[in-house]
Design a protein around this ligand. Structure first.
Ligand code: HEM
Ligand SMILES: Cc1cc2nc3c(=O)[nH]c(=O)nc-3n(C[C@H](O)[C@H](O)[C@H](O)COP(=O)(O)O)c2cc1C
Length: 507
């Protein structure tokens, strides 16, 4: 049944009658939609929609669908009109024991002032986030070796501090691809911001403005690109992270729109021709939609791959070095490759005349046992110096090197800058701070990094970013591989171990 331009609002009871696969209506943002015919085509599978048949699906729908999804994919005749939300029965959340437990955790979460470092936000987020959201943010690929190594690798680099250097005044400011910043880190691109916070990525935009930090906007944001740009204030700078679409016309449109809206850098993700298998995410997803034994809906879509698999099916695995000139031809924004993982590819990137690279393994979410960004940096920089490619010779085109992955302390940032990075990207910590405490949390996380960095610079005897150099760090531990180091209890205690499959309850 469909109704066009209804004169009066639908009641909750009317919608609730359409609660099966034979007639399935759902409410999203106060409007009802008839998805009966759409069910078998739904890229997220039928089961998830059927769970909300006859009900309000907004909370589940919002974080994982861009705002224009309904207009784009659901025929206008299936848009049934407004619902009188005062007549819609509220689901009693506390009936789900896990949700009840989570609500209790939210009530008793530590005051924001009790978070003294970035790992503290992770510890709180782990308890207060929805299970599926936590699984999506915290997961890494396969055995999560790379994800953990990203953080651990920093501990194999030690400082060689200088003393008696008159460190009264410390200046953390620098520039990143031409943009002045207050401190050399940026908020890197992380998809699906609304999983962690109902307002999504704009929360990060606001905090980044307050702290004069650059934000990289993800292709797969929950907010629309324009919403995130509209949230920008003053001369705040944003970059675009790009997943390249098989349909290059779409990619061209995205890139040129971003440039027209003032984005100052294009970061093409090159480490994700296929999304990694993130098992925590897959497991949480699986239990959320019910086991296959309960699958009576005839749903043939494999939904076991976890959040983001379906929404990323457009990414082009055929992307190659040959495409770089085309990107140059469609934009004047600086172009950087995000996800470079070996020295040889850095050299190729210089040859290809891109503006830089991010040494990154996608936060350990792609190829497990790929090396950490900081380790690749330590390998690359001596080679570039030996070849006279760094520092850049006079007249040579710009080439800046960033790293991301596992940065949790300002000492990690300092180590990267000492080795030759222009700046570092930080992903999960800001997501966790946002999920647990909103904008104030992200702001505090940024301030903590600034405080830590000022102290760290003083204690190693460097007054400005320009004074950080390789002579201040000892990287022999990297060459020695996995030497024994004191265990990092903060991070180990919060680390959420991979789990085995759940046993069926006894019959
Ligand atoms: C009402 C009309 C709906 C439309 C038009 C729609 C459309 C879509 C589209 C296009 C995708 C793939 C995204 C992409 O490839 O860019 C998707 C994925 C998905 N949708 Fe929907 N959807 C609808 C309703 C819902 C509802 C009500 C729910 C849940 C309550 C839901 C849950 C999901 C999930 C879980 C995914 C897969 C992403 C993942 O694996 O986590 N959808 N949907
Ligand atoms: C939840 C999540 C989503 C991400 N989404 C994207 C994405 O859409 N595109 C991308 O290029 N990188 C993405 N990344 C990778 C980050 O940009 C970055 O490489 C990584 O998070 C850095 O590691 P860190 O989280 O340890 O700081 C994502 C990372 C996380 C944790």
């Amino acid at each position: 049944m469909t109704r066009n331009a209804p004169s009066k609002k639908l009641s909750g009871a009317e919608v609730a009658m359409h609660n099966s696969k034979d007639s399935c209506w759902v409410i999203v943002h106060g409007k009802a939609y008839d998805v009966t015919e759409f069910l078998p085509e739904h890229p997220g599978g039928q089961k998830i929609i059927l769970k909300y048949a006859g009900k309000d699906a907004t909370e589940e729908f919002d974080p994982i669908h861009p705002p224009d999804t309904l207009e784009k994919y659901l025929d206008g005749s299936k848009h049934l009109g407004e619902v009188d939300m005062s007549t819609v029965e509220r689901e009693e959340k506390a009936t789900d024991p896990e949700e009840g437990e989570r609500q209790k955790m939210i009530q008793s979460k530590p005051d924001l002032e009790q978070c003294f470092n970035l790992t503290d936000f992770e510890a709180v987020a782990r308890r207060v986030m929805k299970k599926t959201a936590w699984a999506y943010y915290s997961s890494g690929a396969d055995d999560e070796i790379t994800m953990r190594e990203n953080h651990a690798a920093f501990h194999r680099i030690w400082f060689r501090p200088r003393i008696l250097r008159n460190v009264e005044h410390i200046d953390l400011s620098t520039t990143m691809i031409g943009t002045p910043v207050s401190i050399p880190f940026y908020v890197t691109a992380t998809a699906l911001g609304k999983l962690g916070h109902p307002e999504g990525e704009v929360v990060l935009t606001r905090a980044a403005h307050t702290h004069q930090v650059v934000q990289m906007i993800p292709t797969l944001a929950s907010c629309s690109f324009d919403e995130i740009v509209d949230a920008r204030q003053g001369d705040q700078v944003q970059w675009l992270q790009l997943y390249v679409n098989k349909n290059r016309a779409i990619t061209k449109k995205i890139v040129q729109h971003a440039e027209a809206r003032g984005c100052k850098g294009l970061f093409i993700t090159v480490d994700a021709p296929q999304l990694g298998r993130r098992e925590k995410d897959m497991r949480s997803k699986f239990s959320d939609v019910g086991s296959s034994v309960q699958n009576s809906s005839g749903d043939n879509v494999d939904r076991s791959q976890g959040a983001a698999r379906a929404i990323s099916s457009f990414i082009d695995p055929a992307l190659s070095w040959d495409d770089i000139p085309w990107f140059r031809s469609i934009t004047k924004m600086p172009i950087l490759l995000k996800g470079v993982q070996r020295k040889e590819d850095v050299l190729k990137a210089i040859e290809a005349e891109v503006d830089g690279v991010v040494l990154s393994n996608h936060g350990g979410r792609q190829l497990d046992t790929a090396p950490s960004g900081i380790e690749v940096l330590a390998e690359v920089m001596p080679e570039l110096r030996a070849r006279g490619l760094y520092p850049r010779p006079p007249g040579a085109p710009r080439f800046e090197i960033f790293i991301d992955g596992g940065v949790r302390r300002a000492t990690d940032i300092i180590k990267a800058i000492c080795l030759g990075a222009t700046g570092v990207g930080i992903g999960r910590p800001f997501l966790y701070a946002m999920s647990a405490y909103g904008e104030a949390g992200v702001g505090r996380a940024m301030q903590l990094l600034k405080d830590e960095m000022e102290m760290g610079m003083r204690l190693i005897g460097a007054r400005s970013i320009a004074e950080l150099n390789p002579e201040l760090v000892d990287t022999r531990g990297l060459a020695a591989g996995h030497t024994s180091i004191p265990r990092d209890m903060l991070s180990e205690n919060v680390y959420d171990s991979l789990r085995q499959p759940l046993w069926k309850s006894k019959l």
